[in-house]
Design a protein around this ligand. Structure first.
Ligand code: NI
Length: 224
């Protein structure tokens, strides 16, 4: 019995040590190892992201995403979450050099809002860059205008982007394909519906349809 307990204890220490080591490697820029460790634990226990459901994923009680950020919009003006207070948003993090996923998801946001008619006009589409090195305000202005006339493009310093990504628990990392001279950004791909208080109300998995997003957002807008 004692031997069994000892065996389990050793196993536990090895396991936690392993997660700690993994956390060291996967932590985001400026994230402490302790924060990354908690994130890894949450991911392993499935506590970080709610289970998929149709029409958007409701965040469970106690899960809080979103909040304060300081970024630079596509006109070069510094903005914070206070500039968006009272305005529901559909937010997506990505980068303008993205070959496929980002354009698809931004097209989905635009289609969802357009399909909602006047209600859609209450929602601001926001694209936040995880590639501030290349995504200047000018590049963002050009890019977002291709998707929706009201889409806001936000970028900033590496530090500002890292802080915004942390608030929304967005993962991103630079990757260098062997056969290319330009890098890509690996990044998580959720569409966030943010309430007028700046808190995320629901998130949509990649490849959610515009119809599913529109109906979930419509339902939530009635509550505001
Ligand atoms: Ni992308």
């Amino acid at each position: 019995m004692i031997r069994a307990i000892r065996y389990v204890s050793v196993l536990l220490v090895v396991l936690l040590g392993g997660i700690w080591a993994a956390a060291w490697f996967v932590r985001a820029p400026n994230e402490s190892v302790a924060d990354a460790f908690m994130r890894q634990l949450a991911r392993m226990t499935g506590a970080d992201m709610p289970a998929p459901s149709t029409g958007g994923v409701q965040l469970s009680q106690g899960v809080s995403l979103g909040g304060p950020f300081t970024l630079v919009d596509q006109t070069g003006k510094t903005v914070t979450e206070r500039d968006f207070a009272g305005r529901p948003m559909l937010v997506y993090f990505g980068f303008t050099y993205c070959p496929d996923v980002c354009p698809t998801e931004l097209g989905t946001i635009a289609a969802a809002l357009d399909s909602m008619g006047p209600a859609g006009e209450r929602v601001t589409p926001v694209f936040i860059s995880v590639d501030p090195e290349r995504d200047t305000p000018e590049a963002m202005a050009d890019y977002v205008s291709r998707f929706h006339p009201r889409m806001v493009g936000l970028t900033g310093s590496a530090e500002q982007v890292a802080q915004a990504a942390r608030a929304y628990r967005v993962y991103y990392a630079k990757v260098q394909p062997r056969d290319s001279t330009t890098y890509l950004m690996d990044h998580s791909s959720f569409i966030y519906f943010v309430g007028p208080d700046g808190r995320v109300r629901s998130l949509f998995r990649p490849e959610s349809t515009p119809e599913a997003i529109a109906s979930a957002v419509n339902a939530q807008l009635r509550a505001f």
